[in-house]
Design a binder for this molecule. Sequence first.
Ligand code: URA
Length: 432
Amino acid sequence: MTVGFLAVEIIKRKRDGGGLSEQEIQDFIKGYVNGTVADYQMSALLMAIFLRGMDTKETLSLTKSMLHSGEIMDFSAIPGFKVDKHSTGGVGDKTSLIIAPLVAACGVAVPMISGRGLGHTGGTLDKLESIPGFNTQIDLKAFRLLIEKLGVGLIGQTQEICPADKKIYALRDVTGTVESLPLICASIMSKKLAEGIDGLVLDVKWGSGAFMKTQAQAEELARSLIDIGKGYGKKVVALITDMNQPLGRFAGNSLEIQECLDIMENKPGFPDTRELSLRLSAEMIALGKNISVAQAHQLAEENLVNGLALKKFREICKAQSGDLAHLPKPKCQLVVKSASDGFVQSLDTEKIGISGIMIRAGRAKTSDTIDPTAGIEFRAKIGDSVRAGQPLFTLYGESLSLLQSAQEQLRTCVHISLQKPATPTLIVKRLE
Ligand code: URA
């Protein structure tokens, strides 16, 4: 730590709208990781950044400090292009669970570092950990072996890789400091740059269930993420995608694992999750194999339909000690019904995500434990016609009283009117 570093002075400067130097940001992050900066001080700085923002130079310094808080993996000894995908977060956003095995099955290595639920959104780590025994905290040596052997591994930030994001991510989740462009950029890119990848595909979401509520904000975030990645010599592509309604049929950890298994087993009924997974996979495979996105899409579809993606997913579970045969099932369910006739006009997807936290599908405090079986099934999506008394949602979980506590809030998340609305466009733009 440099002489004269005083956390409170840095907090006050950002609070008052001033700029921070690279050294100050680095000292603060180092101090937080080694314990000399307290949780409450980091929380205060995060809120100051949330309210005052950061310029491009500060955002880059934050990303760099978080990246260098741990090791940067080097997979150059493993032949071929390494690629990953990251989403800026949504409700029911489970595509990583299909994409990672599918892209690896197509012969492109995927060393994936993911996060837990953040704010009202779900997290890949929580979904994976709903599989009994699945270990997302393996050490670097074991992770490298997985990439060599299977071409894919799925882990979280650890003490070795991105420890700064591990701590800050958990704090942002419970301090109202998630929806900030510089904090999202630094969080995502520090993890992804630590992975030793050559290319990255970003799923940048916009809408009522995303952190970026407008398409323009999502494009601004995508541009910043792309610029940071390219600054580090990576190939980066971003798709701007819809999050005005939950993705797929379920949100909730083991329920989403089951939805992905159903898709990989070619069961019908999940068109949006399937399509988005294929489109993102195609972008990754195109980067990895230097072929057109159309050729890559065809390859991805073949490997989904022929069962190789499912086989790879089973291999990952086995290698990371997950017992897929005992995926927990919810004990209770409760149907939320429509009070009127009409068409589903819009959904308050963020509030749906918060209802998920109320039934323990996510955390309200860092110390909260998740019910892996808790979640929501979406029985009516935007544009669907409903009649009074028809189901809008089914809630699942281990406690009926908790499900009852979310019932009224969920009903207010659906806006029904007599006019049929346009269906939202799933993928609105591609940026590189
Ligand atoms: N995903 C992350 O890893 N971090 C964020 O801040 C948002 C989405």
